[in-house]
Design a protein. Sequence first.
Length: 249
Amino acid sequence: MDALTIAAASGLKARMESLEMLANNIANQSSPGYKADREFYSLYIAPDALASLNADVIPIPPTVPVIERHWTDYTQGVLNETGNPLHLALSGKGFFTVAGPSGPLYTRNGSFRLSATGELETQEGFAVLGQGGQPIRLNPAQPVDITRTGEVRQGGAAIAQLGLVDFRQPEALAKHSGTYFQLNDPSIQPGPVQDAAVHQGKLEAANFSPAESAVRLVSVMRQFEMLQKAIQIGSEMGRRSEEVARVGS
């Protein structure tokens, strides 16, 4: 396979990964607190080519484009007013802590509700945890007031403190599903939130715009078409080279 076809095929693979990532972002554009995925590009150099370069056999090793890794964009989304007292949004860094099926999960999605037993929970039924790691139970008959520091109050008395956490190494978090994150390194523990505020009656929107995704989607599709054309050209060049070789012989 010639160098043109190899580079184009590698580019097609990278573009396919970008399409999958963009599709996932677009599917979650209406999910409160969703954090967009981005890609980090690099160039792959075969080990044999590197060895040859070190031996001064070839001046420039052949490279192919690859997506080295995906990364999560944790920048804050716009806070939208909802008027629902159980809708919470965070400004600044930090996450709400909820009780997942196999351990604590972390989220910026504050679209909470009350369960049949009066527990504050997510739309998926995960209990929202307080500072001590216990579920937060409320009286459905009384209004709830949540301060900017995360203190939950009913009837003029403090009921609980939201379990807000932050991570000095956000790369330790991995997406679990939807807007949830989980720790992929058990040796790292969450720390207290610094300079964050809780906004009652608001939700944080996804941190990317549909227009941005549409523009990137069109760009990826155009690049995909150009790379397909490059493969066709490489194939045609190879076919004609074989014809010339047969004529010459």
